[in-house]
Design a protein around this ligand. Structure first.
Ligand SMILES: NC(=O)c1ccc[n+]([C@@H]2O[C@H](COP(=O)([O-])OP(=O)(O)OC[C@H]3O[C@@H](n4cnc5c(N)ncnc54)[C@H](O)[C@@H]3O)[C@@H](O)[C@H]2O)c1
Length: 438
């Protein structure tokens, strides 16, 4: 199926990428982009920079780079901004995070030191382990959100930006159930005026971004923009939104292995996942209330992929346990173990063990870049509301009401690439392949 190309505004001028949160992920992202711009690193892990896309028939041999196929902002046109309740500049914060070595950080020292966070909208009630001093004051949550809007306008003007995008790289907040205050925009805005506790800071950033016509991408499992109220606002203002929770280490593996089990109709008895992690994120997640938010996000994956309702003989009642243990010596170099009890022919048990020694922020940084560039593309192409094609990057992808999210990494990848083909008026690739055989 071919569609006509969408009208896409060109990516001219500067793109401001703003992150609430200037911690491990955000500083690794910023340092990486600058290092790539200086020719010191390659953009490993980024689809927008390294991946190709097949167009037309296999025999056509057309596989351009994605960045040559769709009009994306160039890395040289990016400017960075952030908010954080800790006033450290990006260099100091990167040193504290301990992800990058001095050999990579020192050449960027001047550049990173010049990136200073704006005062955050922060309340320790929502992230108990962070002691923020660099914080905005305001009578109501709406006042605070209005200050964020002003920050966006000021940043855009001061940096001569043509467009902005926001990618949440802030901490995981306490678990908040969707409630009536999130159900409609009117209720949400009333709740902002009344300082309702169910309105968390991440929601105020989302509201402010959307009000300013700025795409909002949610890298944490916080409810944030995943509410009917803010989806209504995004549609009204024609703004793309995406979330939740970057899919980096263990869950990324889960969304590869679980579809493989299901594809072969192998059963699952149980899946036990544990992690040790010693960075600030690990410390925040050591608080049970923040962990609950993360746990809900990590747990949602298997059920949706395996569909026990459809395959009760294979998947009914499987046990799924996820643990994160804060272990300071490990720093950002997380270690994840998975023990997977599977069931084969005639009910015989087997086990798969995965031991993943990963670097959280090294996996997350290229995701921040891709989400920023793709959501900017979506905005220029007139796409609004939930961007399901960006599910590829998330542990708990947002989906329209009544629709279960797609978790399978390879379906997500097909969705992403087909969306790009669709935008450019190219044929969808179905992999049917009959056309090659007489
Ligand atoms: N690294 C990964 O692989 C990965 C994967 C999925 C999700 N995440 C999520 O990404 C987020 C960032 O991770 P990180 O390792 O950089 O954590 P981090 O603790 O190093 O950085 C988070 C920063 O956010 C700041 N912050 C907290 N509340 C804020 C607010 N209201 N406004 C602005 N800033 C605020 C904190 O002060 C901190 O500096 C976390 O929520 C984490 O759960 C990370």
């Amino acid at each position: 199926m071919t569609t006509s190309p969408a009208t896409i505004r060109p990516a001219t001028g500067k793109l401001g990428i703003l992150t609430p949160g200037l911690g491990a992920v955000a500083t690794t992202f910023i340092a990486g982009v600058e290092s790539i711009r200086r020719g010191r690193s390659k953009p490993i892990g980024s689809l927008t920079q390294m991946a190709t896309i097949r167009l037309g028939k296999r025999t056509d041999k057309r596989t351009p780079l994605i960045r040559e196929f769709v009009p994306l902002a160039g890395l040289e046109d990016i400017v960075f901004g952030a908010w954080d309740p800790i006033p450290d500049d990006a260099y100091t914060s990167a040193k504290t995070a301990g992800v990058l070595e001095d050999r990579d950080l020192e050449p960027l020292r001047e550049f990173l030191s010049s990136i200073r966070p704006m005062k955050a909208v922060f309340d320790q009630h929502y992230v108990t382990r962070i002691h923020g001093t660099h914080v905005k004051q305001g009578k109501t949550k709406r006042d605070l959100a209005e200050q964020l809007r002003q920050d966006l306008r000021d940043f855009k003007q001061a940096n001569g930006c043509d467009r902005l995008v926001v990618v949440w790289c802030g901490s995981t907040e306490i678990y908040i159930e969707p409630s009536p205050v999130h159900a409609t925009l009117a209720a949400f805005e009333r709740a902002m005026d009344e300082n309702h506790p169910d309105i968390a800071p991440s929601m105020l950033y989302a509201w402010a971004a959307i009000m300013e016509g700025v795409p909002y991408n949610n890298g944490a499992p916080n409810l944030a923009v995943d509410t009917p109220a803010l989806q209504e606002l995004a549609l009204r203002h024609g703004v793309p939104i995406s979330g939740k929770d970057f899919k980096t280490g263990q869950t990324w593996m889960k969304t590869v292995i679980a579809p493989a089990l299901k594809a072969r109709m192998l059963g699952l008895e149980g899946w036990y996942s544990t992690n040790i992690l010693g960075n600030r994120d690990g410390e925040v997640l050591d608080d049970p209330a923040s962990f609950k938010t993360k746990e809900a996000s990590k747990l949602s994956v298997l059920h949706t992929i395996l569909q026990p309702e459809t395959y009760p003989d294979l998947y009914e009642g499987f046990s799924h346990v996820v643990r994160i243990n804060y272990y300071p010596p490990r720093g950002d170099n997380k270690e994840g173990w998975d023990n997977i009890d599977i069931v084969g022919w005639m009910g015989y048990p087997m086990q798969i063990k995965v031991n993943f020694l990963c670097r959280d922020s090294i996996l997350a940084a290229p995701i921040v870049l891709d989400l920023a560039l793709f959501s900017d593309l979506a905005s220029r192409a007139g796409m609004k509301g939930i961007q399901e094609w960006l599910s590829f990057y998330y542990k708990s992808p947002m989906a329209a009401a009544g629709l279960s999210p797609e978790h399978d990494l390879f379906i997500q990848q097909t969705k992403l690439k087909n969306t790009l083909r669709h935008l450019m008026g190219e044929e969808q690739i179905t992999h049917l392949g009959l056309e090659y055989y007489p």
